[in-house]
Design a protein around this ligand. Structure first.
Ligand SMILES: Nc1ncnc2c1ncn2[C@@H]1O[C@H](COP(=O)(O)OP(=O)(O)OP(=O)(O)O)[C@@H](O)[C@H]1O
Ligand SMILES: [Mg+2]
Length: 1032
């Protein structure tokens, strides 16, 4: 996926690029290899100028980057620019230092090997800036984690610290590196920057005590004096005025417009704490810087014998305080030389000149060793303690070749260093490259180049070189003076094409040389050097000083190495470090000597083009091959691109590569097959192959991924299936166990149940309590479900088990009461009145008259005749039987408040006052006869009334109510005697028969035969209330 993303990104950038590669970017050509007149210096110069005028400061020669210092901000180092260059093929975007940085990084990751970027050019050409840009690019483009960010910050912040202590304003450059720096950035296999290491080379210490006109000492002094906090300055005994310190005023330019000492001080202070310098170390560090300033102000006067003595100056006090050395020791140390004579130490006094020299030497030594200590501390902070394998990218930013009007020993070293690096460059790009073509049997026409080995030898050759002579002179016993050294040089080097002195020079040249000078014809130009001048810090309490000047110097007995020899060996060491890595080059150039933007000095640039070896490099690149790899490695990487070589090639690697490139369609002039390597002419061929490989890798990865996924999913499936089976088994087991337990329990319960059943009639005991409880509960539950629905339902009652007999009866009573109460509460007033009426009826007739039960179901009504008479209480149709002869006649019986009337069609036939009503008789049988017995005083009055009424019970009950006579109804068995008229009696006989008959019997009685009715309660829902009343 990462690769796919990368690919998509590349394509996007490519597309963007099409648009973004503006006409401006196309000014001139971006790669000198494409220059037609590639052998013409002028054409190269033209191209550089054209591009420079468009602010295009970068141009390639193959993978080498040429950079021309613009001396102005171009706005091409933004985060956006970094993003554009991240992960894009080298030649796809306009040349940039980021493209180079990215390419190095990516090559390191894919090939897992070490690289270094050699940044060269003369002083002020932009080497340090370039190295910073590269570091910044890595800081942004590398993977980021909390830990990595910490390392990143330290790497970035080591720069301002080192620059403060190791850079100074010179005539050539306001921020000139006065030491050489090689920095390793270590990456883990994921490409995260995990650590770093810095090697520093010969610091120009003489600058501490002396600066040429227009130059300054190291930035840190000015930063401290200008920016240091009041408290700090007071503690260090310093004043905020550079002019007060003789070591800072020699160049007469303590202030520089392009340098802001105050803000730089803040940056350095912050950096020191991020890099985790302890506060006490920081204190000691500034104590040393201050003590150097104090030392500079120490002056000597000659005593009567001409020996140096110290004025009792405050400087000694401050030195003693800051360095932690007794004032006495300092005093003696500065004015005496210690001579070891046999086993004794003898102090020999200095002259004033010697004392000044000793003082300066001390200042330089203190500063120099402190600088070394600082680098070690930085390394400590940058060190990656993890021992896993890392790859590194080295950044080499060394002081550039420089020529001043007066050039001292340090310039000699600096220029010698540049010679060495040039030699390395020649060796790696020109010499070994061409040798390789020959070795590999590739047809090749040699490109001539200037090999500066001759100059390197002049300086460093054993027993013959300048350094050797210097060593000898310094260390040999006896008086060595500057002149004896020069003579020695003339003796040894006389006749060397690159070495001239006043004596050796021809007439014309002699004029330009002083007697005490010698001149070297460096590859980059001629430099005239002043002949080098050919000498007490063991008790210090300052922690850093103590560390830098250990009380016993190791191997102090051994013949000491001179500084020059030390430097020479350190350069040999550097060459070894570099030779083990893949080289990349940035060649920096100055457009003019005046640090001016927009000014392109043809002569100056042409000179640099020449001595930087760009022409030769271009020629070799043009004719040569951009890329070469051993067959084995090439095949191993790209074999997936050809079906014949994938996955394994059976033949030799060379044959495999041949087959592979044929398959890839390489044209014959695009590549050459060497003895052990394949040579590819153009980078684009390789990039195309690499792109194809990326795609293919992706496909392969997809296939492998698919297989692996399948394998994993299958594994998962199997595991899940096993798990399912196991769960199932467990589940089934558990279910079976539960089932068994349930059954066992059930058996027990059933057994107990049976036993309980068998002993159910015995007195309560252990065996039957449970059963009985069950029976009880069961009965009660069933009873609850089967309770009688109505009050009158007297049959529905669940038969109780024997033990529940009594309870059942009580419950039944309770329930009935409950139902009754509920019923009674639910009855309406009207209905109640009606029922009370029925109740009255019942109290009269219940159990006495045979057809009474049949009447119960028929509700009473207010009246039975639709048109009631005025104010009647009740009216009902009746059949009246004549008292004489018993003829039936239809009449209405009407009650008013005080009397009953017998009416025939609105004609009152007979009126009976209730007061006159003696009683009413009815039979016990099922007939509907009633006889009203009337009080008869008068013969004229009519007699008793014999009536038949279908609504007998209703009519009689109403009569009782209206007449307010309750006990005047008699239920008579057999026959009823009645008065026909006062004194004359009649009889009605009642009996039961097969059918209803009413007739006059032979005996003159009225015979009423009624059918015998069964006395069954005709229950139904309509009249249940009445029944209930009866019951109640
Ligand atoms: N790419 C750049 N863009 C803008 N300004 C630059 C660039 N490179 C260099 N400069 C300017 O040039 C000055 C000198 O550059 P730098 O310090 O890198 O030179 P150098 O090659 O390291 O010199 P020395 O050998 O003296 O250390 C910088 O301070 C800066 O002002
Ligand atoms: Mg520099």
């Amino acid at each position: 996926v990462e690769h796919l993303n990368w690919f998509v990104r590349c394509n996007r950038i490519l597309r963007d690029m099409e648009g973004s590669l503006t006409a401006r970017d196309r000014v001139g050509i971006q790669d000198f290899v494409l220059l037609d007149a590639y052998t013409s210096e002028s054409a190269v110069l033209d191209n550089l100028r054209k591009r420079f005028n468009e602010n295009l400061i970068y141009t390639y020669i193959g993978t080498l980057l040429v950079s021309v210092n613009p001396y102005k901000e171009l706005g091409i180092y933004t985060k956006k620019q970094m993003d554009i260059y991240m992960g894009v093929n080298f030649f796809e975007l306009p040349p940039h230092i980021y493209a180079l940085a990215d390419n190095v990084y990516r090559t390191m990751l894919t090939e897992t090997n070490n690289h270094f970027i050699l940044i060269s050019g003369e002083s002020g050409a932009g080497k340090t800036e370039a190295s910073k840009k590269i570091l910044q690019f890595y800081a942004v483009s590398c993977p980021s984690t909390k830990l990595l960010d910490n390392v990143r910050d330290r790497l970035l912040l080591s720069n301002p610290v080192l620059e403060a202590f190791g850079n100074a304003k010179t005539l050539k450059n306001d921020n000139s590196s006065r030491f050489g720096k090689y920095m390793d950035i270590q990456f883990d296999h994921m490409g995260g920057a995990v650590g770093g290491h810095i090697l520093s080379y010969l610091l120009e210490k003489s600058r501490v005590v002396h600066q040429n006109h227009g130059e300054r000492s190291f930035h840190i002094f000015y930063q401290l004096v200008e920016g240091g906090e009041e408290d700090l300055l007071r503690w260090l005994g310093l004043e905020r005025n550079c002019q007060r310190y003789s070591y800072l005023v020699q160049g007469e330019c303590a202030k520089v417009s392009s340098v802001n000492d105050k803000s730089d001080w803040k940056t350095v202070r912050k950096a020191l704490s991020v890099i985790e310098f302890s506060e006490s170390n920081i204190e000691s560090l500034f104590a040393i810087i201050a003590s150097v300033l104090h030392l500079g102000n120490v002056t000597f006067v000659a005593d009567s014998q001409g020996y140096a003595t110290l004025n009792n100056s405050p400087e000694i006090h401050w030195l003693s305080k800051l360095l932690g050395i007794p004032a006495q020791v300092i005093q003696v140390g500065l004015t005496h030389r210690k001579i070891e004579a046999r086993s004794e130490e003898v102090l020999s006094p200095f002259t004033v000149d010697q004392a000044v020299y000793a003082k300066d030497a001390l200042a330089k030594a203190i500063y120099g060793r402190t600088f070394t200590w600082l680098v070690n501390e930085l390394n400590e902070s940058l060190a990656n303690k993890d021992s896993s394998r890392k790859t590194v990218i080295g950044l080499l930013d060394i002081y550039g070749f420089e020529v001043f009007s007066v050039n001292s020993f340090e310039q000699f070293c600096i220029n010698y260093c540049n010679e060495k690096l040039q030699q390395l460059f020649i060796q790696l790009t020109l010499k070994s490259e061409q040798e390789e073509y020959e070795m590999e049997g590739i047809e090749w026409e040699s490109v001539p180049y200037f090999n500066n080995k001759i100059i390197c030898d002049l300086v460093e050759e054993k027993f013959k070189g300048i350094i050797s002579v210097l060593d000898e002179e310094c260390l040999r016993p006896g008086e060595a003076t500057d002149m004896t050294f020069l003579e020695k040089l003339e003796e040894k080097m006389g006749g060397h094409a690159h070495f001239i002195t006043h004596k050796l020079a021809d007439q014309k040249t002699r004029k330009t040389l002083e007697r005490g000078d010698f001149r070297l014809l460096h590859y980059a130009g001629e430099v005239t050097y002043k002949i080098f001048h050919l000498q007490v810090m063991r008790q210090s309490k300052n922690a850093i000083v103590k560390h830098c000047f250990p009380s016993t110097e190791p191997d102090s007995k051994k013949r000491p190495e001179t500084v020059a020899t030390q430097f020479k060996s350190s350069l040999v060491g550097l060459t070894e470090v570099l030779m083990s890595k893949e080289p990349w080059y940035v060649r920096c150039m100055k457009p003019n000597e005046g640090k001016q933007p927009g000014l392109f000095d043809d002569v100056l640039v042409r000179h640099q083009v020449k001595y930087l070896g760009l022409m030769e490099h271009l020629r070799v690149r043009r004719a040569g091959f951009a890329y070469r790899r051993r067959y084995e490695i090439f095949l191993q990487r790209y074999k997936p691109l050809c079906p014949d070589t994938w996955p394994n090639w059976k033949g030799t690697a060379a044959e495999g590569v041949e087959c592979l490139v044929k398959h890839l369609g390489y044209k014959p002039d695009e590549y050459k097959m060497g003895r052990t390597k394949i040579f590819i002419r153009h980078p684009r061929t390789l990039f195309a192959t690499e792109d194809a490989f990326e795609v293919c890798k992706h496909e392969l990865a997809t296939r492998i991924q698919a297989k692996y996924k399948g394998y994993r999913v299958k594994g998962d499936y199997m595991r899940q299936r096993q798990a399912a089976t196991k769960i199932e088994t467990c589940w089934r087991g558990m279910k079976a166990r539960r089932e068994r337990e349930k059954r066992a329990w059930a058996v027990k319960v059933i057994k107990r149940f049976i036993k309980g059943f068998m002993t159910r009639n015995q007195p309560a005991c252990v065996d039957n309590t449970e059963y009985l409880a069950f029976v009880r509960q069961n009965y009660l539950t069933r009873l609850k479900e089967n309770l009688p629905k109505t009050v009158v339902d007297k049959n529905t009652w669940l038969t109780p088990p024997p033990i529940m007999q009594e309870a059942s009866q009580m419950l039944r009573k309770l329930y009935t009461r409950h139902m009754v109460r509920r019923y009674v509460q639910g009855i309406m007033t009207e209905r109640k009145a009606q029922l009370q009426l029925k109740g009255l009826t019942s109290s009269i007739f219940k159990g006495t008259k045979e057809n009474y039960p049949h009447s119960v179901g028929i509700p009473f009504v207010d009246t039975r005749i639709s048109k009631p008479h005025t104010f009647p209480q009740y009216s009902v149709p009746v059949v009246k039987y004549d008292r004489n002869g018993f003829r039936p006649r239809f009449r209405q019986l009407i009650y008013t408040g005080s009397a009953a009337y017998l009416v025939e069609e609105a004609k009152i036939k007979q009126r009976v006052e209730f007061n006159n009503l003696k009683g009413v008789s009815v039979s016990t049988l099922s007939d509907n006869f009633l006889i009203l017995h009337v009080q008869c005083e008068d013969i004229k009055q009519k007699g008793d009334l014999v009536l038949q009424c279908d609504y007998l019970f209703e009519a009689l009950t109403k009569l009782c109510l209206v007449a307010n006579k309750h006990n005047f109804i008699k239920v008579v068995q057999g026959s009823v005697k009645f008065d026909i008229q006062p004194g004359r009696e009649g009889f009605v006989d009642f009996k039961s028969g097969q059918e209803t008959m009413i007739y006059r019997a032979k005996n003159g009685h009225l015979m009423v035969v009624s059918m015998k009715l069964k006395t069954v309660w005709p229950f139904n829902s309509q009249n249940e209330q009445i029944h209930f009343l009866n019951y109640y």
